[in-house]
Design a protein around this ligand. Sequence first.
Ligand code: ADP
Length: 542
Amino acid sequence: MRALMQDWSLTLDKIFDHAARWHGDREVVTRSVEGPITRSDYATLHRRAKQVSHGLLEMGIGPGDRVATMGWNSDRHLEVWYGAVGIGAVLHTLNPRLFPEQIVYIANHAQDTVLFADPACAALLAELLPQCPTIKRVIFLSEAAPEASFPAEAYEAWLSGRPADAAWGGFDENSAAGLCYTSGTTGNPKGVLYGHRSNYLHAMMTLQPDALNLSARDAVLLIVPMYHANAWGVMYSAPLVGAKLVLPGQKLDAAALHELIETEGVTYSAAVPTIWQMLLAHLKETKGKLTTLQRVTVGGSACPESIIRTLHDDFGVDVIQGWGMTETSPLATVSTPKRPGLSFEDSVPRKLKQGRIVGNLDLKLVDDAGARLPHDGRTFGRLMIKGPTVASGYYGAPHGSALDDEGFFDTGDVATIDADGDMQITDRAKDVIKSGGEWISSIDVENIAVGHPKAALCAVLGVVHPKWDERPILLVQLKPGQAAGKQEFLDYLDGRIARWWMPDDVVFVDEIPLGPTGKIDKKLLRTRLTGYELPFDPNLKR
Ligand code: ADP
């Protein structure tokens, strides 16, 4: 028997219609490419997004065509986002921080047709565009187009005078809406193709109180770039509840972010740990305060304890850790407590884990043969995930489905899950250190080591060892002006980690390189370590 409820296909244009109709005057604030902070609102953005749709339709763009953007978080970027998605085109966010050859590969693989870019990308584009023949037009997301060696227009002139009456929606909710490539830390970048329905469901799932818990009363500073991992879905979740959006543009230094948080009354924000580390160092130096910020989601890589404690103790800000990946839209687990009445101290060990699965998704741990492993908080296994917001395969990939027999996607992460369902990432499968047949979690050791007051960044790598296969070594980038010896770091770790996890060496480096999405670039670190020899003491007991 068919239900007697209305047909309401979950297409993303409905989210923006809702925001404009019911939260039309809710502000969207941007640090503009021109410099000043500009103020818009959902009604204005909706109108301008419709004008974008008009312009795209006039160019002959239709359902399924890829519309590319290359820019930081701004109102104009958001207008293009909805302008494309509303008419069924596929919004493809290009990451300007990738290596040029990777961007060329991605744009050609996606067959992008038109590109909306921040003016700061002009020089990069001059290098790339001759190699990207499918991109026929470039529109700069600015008042005036910068000097460029290729034909380009300015967004405001292109938009001006256009009617705002383009029709949105009316297509299948399973149509593609967005394309986002993983940064390709291994092999070529891979395209994750989001759908209207999957992004709509993801927005609703992430709004749950145990997930991001956003509401109309929140002012959200979106630090996570719109070009990375579907911007953690905030482009959909914030308008769906009418939260104020604060978009920082390209100025992501601590002083600029702090200014926005304080002047715009930001209550919630999301970013990778390195951003919070930078912000906390700045606040310490300037004796700055966080007077409105209530909670932050930290994800993208594991959140060090020092961030959780400092934000709580010094600023009264609650840290919620989130885990996910481009392939999972991305949010999938969140470290909100399961049990009522936990003290802060009792909640810290849980916040250090990546957390519980968001409703509507399923997780399992398996061994190398694909057999399920117990959820005892100790057994390490490959983390597998299933649900309507999880990729089933990659765009244009030759091998169809990427799922196992039970329909689970292999995350490439190694994790434990405890009896409460709290998941903890111990490593990426390729970074796991295998020592004497046991696994050492590089992430755990890194996060404890970085709590040393002199450490700016820490990384743990496995190096070949004649007796134990692999042993961990600790690489440390010290805070500016600090000096330290190896033993200081080993003493700091002593008692905080298992004895056999103790790094065999501590190497001080000028820089721990960060990749294009703010994560430690272990691949580059390994290259830089070429020629390094592990001190080997055959009598050392482990
Ligand atoms: P990439 O880093 O490959 O460009 P993603 O941004 O999709 O792509 O990264 C997803 C990966 O980031 C996850 O598979 C996991 O290894 C790591 N990750 C994400 N969030 C966390 C977290 N809270 N703790 C530890 N690792 C995380």
